[in-house]
Design a protein around this ligand. Structure first.
Ligand SMILES: Nc1ncnc2c1ncn2[C@@H]1O[C@H](COP(=O)(O)OP(=O)(O)OP(=O)(O)O)[C@@H](O)[C@H]1O
Ligand SMILES: [Mg+2]
Length: 317
């Protein structure tokens, strides 16, 4: 049994995903000089953010059209894709993984990207996470075109603004759970003692307070995924991207992961985009984005999906 190494006073500043080591190319040590996250600032603005839009926060007037959020006339836009296309390969062997996707994602939303295997979910995830570059089209984060960012600005974006959760966890095998969570904070310039405190609080948040000294191989898949979630939160990102976070987990463990994601979204205001095959995502998402063959098939509100499913159920009975 592991005991917590130091009493942790729960300072309330433990939200902050960051790009995991090895998970977000470019988020190298020293990439965000002097950019330690402000305590308490979940999903807040990053002081000194070199990727901030000169024109400030973008808002869009919500017309109440298909797939638009309904509450309020104005919503802050956090991610926009404009005719994003991504081709792999050359000539006759070219595969168009994305064929022109236009999406607007609003601050504080939990949005799921659902679709069959090979439909382009991970490719879309890589695009809006600034991990890959569109063949055509543009990705805007806080209304800044990612293609215009310098290497240092991109590293800042990946380290501070976006937290990544990968299907394969991508934990460092020789490090403990706590070390895995604190490494990205070290990259971000957080003092070791603060990083340790915040790391312990984050492990507590995901229910792993007593496993802080375990290495990945000493943990179950669900526990490793929870460490990956804690790590993704360590630099207080405003956006959390999750690619199939429940794919390798049993039903119960998968549900626990979904509950944690929902809590992070509701309590901390972090915008979450989650690519998944898991239809339980329908229950926790504000909107569902259905991708098919590299195209955006439709975007629906959760309530509408529930209604439809309910009708199907009525017919069936
Ligand atoms: N690096 C690559 N080189 C060539 N083709 C690729 C590459 N990555 C993805 N693809 C192709 O692009 C298409 C979309 O792949 P993607 O991984 O985005 O699908 P997905 O919806 O995430 O699938 P899954 O649900 O199985 O994870 C697929 O046809 C895939 O074979
Ligand atoms: Mg995928």
């Amino acid at each position: 049994m592991n005991t917590r190494p130091t009493p942790t006073p729960a300072p309330g500043n433990t939200h902050a995903p960051g790009s995991a080591p090895g998970s977000a190319p470019g988020s190298a040590p020293g990439s965000a000089p002097g950019s330690a996250p402000a305590p308490g600032g979940v999903a807040g603005e990053s002081a000194g953010d070199p990727t901030a839009s000169a024109s400030g926060t973008a808002t869009a007037t919500v017309a109440g059209g298909e797939g638009e959020p309904r509450e309020g006339a104005q919503r802050a836009v956090i991610i926009r894709t404009l005719q994003v296309k991504r081709a792999y390969g050359l000539g006759n062997a070219t595969v168009w993984a994305l064929r022109g996707v236009d999406v607007t994602i609003y601050r504080g939303e939990l949005i799921s990207v659902l679709g069959p295997s090979g439909s382009g979910k991970s490719t879309f995830f890589n695009m809006i996470g600034a991990l890959d570059t569109p063949t055509e089209g543009r990705v805007l984060i806080d209304e800044v075109d990612v293609a215009q960012l310098s290497a240092v600005e991109l590293a800042f974006l990946r380290c501070h603004k976006i937290g990544y959760i990968f299907q394969s966890y991508n934990l460092i095998s020789y490090m403990t759970a706590l070390e895995n969570v604190t490494v990205p904070m070290t990259f971000a310039g957080v003092a070791p003692e603060s990083a340790r405190r915040r790391g312990l609080d984050l492990l507590d948040l995901v229910g792993l307070a007593d496993r802080w000294s375990h290495r990945p191989l000493e943990m179950s898949g669900g526990q490793q995924q929870r460490v990956a979630i804690a790590r993704a939160l360590c630099n207080q990102p405003r956006i959390l991207l999750a690619d199939e976070p429940t794919a390798n987990l049993d039903l119960n463990t998968g549900q626990q992961i979904l509950d944690i994601l929902q809590r992070i979204n509701k309590q901390r205001g972090v915008t979450i985009v989650c690519a998944s095959h898991d239809h339980r995502m329908l229950a926790i998402s504000d909107r569902i984005m259905w991708i098919r063959d590299g195209r955006l098939d439709r975007i629906e509100h959760r309530e509408d999906v529930n209604v439809r499913v309910g009708r199907i159920g009525e017919h069936a009975s």
